[in-house]
Structures are given as structure tokens and as C-alpha cells.
Design a protein around this ligand. Structure first.
Ligand code: RP5
Length: 163
């Protein structure tokens, strides 16, 4: 099945975070691809990826990066597709560097920035389902089912002392 979401990351070391995006996309049944594309180590690959994604059928790009995390912003500069940025938790500054690098895009080239780390990676997948849901009813339904299940889990387990 043709991938609708392109999940890219600056380094293999980002996979422990970005695998949560992949897991959630899988759970929602959304076809996706994953690839290491580094803004500073493979800039030409990044430009090619961003320029060609639309033509290949990708509808949303999720870009995770840490440190001086310019991958999502540079990707957004080269495509009109929605780009969701996941700040990976860095070892030196705990991901605050990643967050600020991704979130502070100057007006004109937006990156939808999620929270640092695992939560942001999961939410990027859920947000991509919201975006895709406007065009693909099955992903709208998959998102609604996920949310209902999440609500039911809380309501069915109100006692905090029980696992
Ligand atoms: C960024 O630098 C990557 O996104 C990664 O989070 C960080 C460190 O990369 P490695 O040195 O682990 O390859 O480009």
C-alpha cells in the first residue's frame, strides 16, 4: 500500500523515540514509511525527499530531530505538505534545545510542533490521523475508535491503587 505518512528522523539514534510514531500509525492502520534523512549530514537527500514526497503520494510528513533540530523546518521549506515536528530528547539539554529549534519557525513556513519525546511522537501520529481523516473516512474512524477506547480504559479503571 502506498505510504500516506512519511516519518523521517535526523539519525538512527532518534528511532527509540520515533518508533512510537510508527507504532501508533500501525495501530491506526495508516500506511507509512520510515527513513533517516539528516539536514546537516545528507542535505541533498533532505531536499530530494521533501520535494518528491507529494508526487509519491505522501500527504503528511512527520520529522523528528534532536539538538539543533533543523530537519522539520528545512523540510517544511521544501514542501507544501503539512510537516509535524517531534523534538527528540537530547542528552545535553533534555530536548529543550530540540523543542526551541523546531517550534520557533518565522511566520510564513509553519511546522506543527509536538511535545518533547515519546508523547510528542505518539501525538504526531494521532495528529496525522486527524489531518488524513478529512479526506480518508477510515482514518477519521480509526482515530475516533482510539479515543473512545482510551476514554473507556480510564472510566473502567477509576481506582488508582489498582493496576
Ligand atoms: C540530530 O542530532 C539527530 O536528530 C539526533 O537527534 C542528534 C544526534 O545525532 P547522532 O549524533 O546520534 O547521530 O541530527
Amino acid at each position: 500500500m502506498t505510504a500516506l505518512v512519511g516519518v523521517i528522523m535526523g539519525s538512527k539514534s532518534d528511532w527509540s523515540t520515533m518508533s512510537h510514531t510508527a507504532d501508533m500509525l500501525e495501530q491506526l492502520g495508516i500506511p507509512f514509511e520510515v527513513k533517516v534523512v539528516s539536514a546537516h549530514r545528507t542535505p541533498d537527500l533532505l531536499f530530494d525527499y521533501a520535494e518528491q514526497a507529494d508526487g509519491r503520494g505522501i500527504e503528511v510528513i512527520i520529522a523528528g530531530a534532536g539538538g539543533a533540530a533543523h530537519l522539520p523546518g528545512m523540510c517544511a521549506a521544501k514542501t507544501h505538505l503539512p510537516v509535524l515536528g517531534v523534538p527528540v530528547q537530547s542528552s545535553m539539554l533534555s530536548g529543550v534545545d530540540s523543542l526551541l529549534s523546531i517550534v520557533q519557525m518565522p511566520g510564513g513556513v509553519p511546522v506543527g510542533t509536538l511535545s518533547i519525546g515519546k508523547a510528542g511522537a505518539i501525538n504526531a501520529a494521532l495528529l496525522s490521523a486527524s489531518i488524513l481523516g478529512a479526506k480518508h473516512p477510515q482514518y477519521h474512524q480509526a482515530l475516533k475508535d482510539f479515543r473512545t477506547q482510551q476514554t473507556d480504559t480510564v472510566l473502567d479503571n477509576p481506582d488508582p491503587r489498582q493496576a
